[in-house]
Design a protein around this ligand. Structure first.
Ligand code: UT7
Length: 321
């Protein structure tokens, strides 16, 4: 049987950290006290003008490839999860492929599952590898959410940041990704969306992120708790065998509530939301990369990653490192 294992991780954050006080200085009617106490966020990064999702993705990809000890030319499947692509088309994945210098390469495409996009992308890559059709996948989450924020809406603009995270997933005889669960319920599309479209060469409708924060909060806590338990059950993994939970980084209170539901102490939960804000599809791979690079996640350990996002979409994977 062919398994898929994580061989390397990478992450990239653009520019300097922008603190909550910096947002106040930029004229947003908010405070460090409000943002930190409601969300846990203290800072985030914003891509400078001209820097796009593919640029962030490329930087994270190079670091993941280096960590995996392979060459860009060894990648035969390239998936980018993003809701803020450079163009309507071509896909961000093909731009990253070109940036890596891969010519006549394998499949490259984007997935769109908003903040759960990386989990969806990893799940797709795992299936390709387990089928034997592909051997080495690069899965990236990359976002420039700063470009779709309404800076006059303090209920949303203080929450998000830009960044990218990546993993190289390789075929192996040893189990790595042990279980995956993906879900969606389009009935909740209106509580978190960018309700603009494209027609006649223009964005039609509203091009900014709109959110019913409290509805999203309630949905996220239940979905994240349930889906983490679901992958543990699918893998036959007792809760006590889980070394780390790497959840979507949207709000520290959602993360704490999820950990409580799972009976996991917070010292087993990786959090970056205080430094990164919510980077949507980038949040899980960025947090994973931070914990791998600072030595918390080590070979032999068991990790659950999970995401929830607009759609609604939600999912999790249980991974042995
Ligand atoms: O990837 C998934 C993405 N989204 C999420 O995970 C978000 C989930 N939801 C949340 O995290 C929370 O609902 C928020 C942090 C967005 C909001 O927290 P809340 O406790 O639900 O606050 P609220 O929306 O009920 O607003 C409470 C008050 C309001 O004032 P009044 O009406 O009580 O006078 C808001 O106007 O806080 C006010 N407010 C702010 N004040 C200062 C809203 N945003 C801000 C702000 N600074 N940035």
């Amino acid at each position: 049987m062919i398994h898929a294992r994580i061989a390397g991780t990478g992450g990239y954050l653009p520019g300097e950290a922008v603190t909550n006080d910096d947002l106040v200085k930029r004229g947003i009617d908010t405070s460090d006290e409000w943002i930190a106490s409601r969300t846990g966020i203290r800072a985030r990064h914003f891509a400078p003008p001209g820097v796009t999702a593919s640029g962030l993705a490329l930087a994270a990809a190079r670091r993941a490839i280096e960590a995996a000890g392979c060459e860009a030319g060894d990648i035969d499947l390239l998936i980018v999860a993003t809701s803020t692509p450079d163009y309507i088309f071509p896909s961000t994945a093909t731009l990253v492929q070109a940036g890596l210098g891969i010519r006549n390469g394998g499949a490259a495409f984007d997935v769109q599952a908003v903040c759960c996009g990386f989990v969806y992308g990893l799940a797709v890559a795992e299936k390709f590898i387990a089928s034997g059709s592909h051997r080495r996948a690069l899965v990236i989450g990359a976002e420039v959410f700063s470009r779709i924020l309404d800076w006059s809406d303090r209920g949303t603009c203080v929450l998000f940041g830009d960044g990218a995270g990546a993993v190289v997933l390789e075929a192996s005889s040893t189990p790595g990704v042990r279980a995956v669960a993906l879900h969606a319920d389009g009935g909740h599309h209106a509580i978190l969306c960018v309700p603009g479209g494209v027609a006649d060469g223009k964005v039609t409708g509203d091009p900014f992120l709109r959110m019913d924060g409290q509805a999203v909060f309630k949905f996220a806590v239940k979905a994240l708790g349930d889906v983490a338990q679901e992958v543990a059950d699918l893998a036959g993994a007792p809760r006590a065998s889980i070394d780390w939970l790497v959840p979507h980084q949207a709000n520290i209170r959602i993360i704490q509530a999820t950990a409580r539901r799972l009976g996991l102490p917070m010292d087993k939960v990786v959090t970056t939301v205080e430094r990164h804000g919510n980077t949507s599809a980038a949040s899980v791979p960025l947090a994973l990369d931070c914990a791998v690079r600072d030595g918390r996640i080590r070979a032999g350990q068991r990790v659950v990653i999970e995401g929830v996002g607009g759609g609604f979409t939600w999912g999790a994977a249980l991974i042995d490192f």
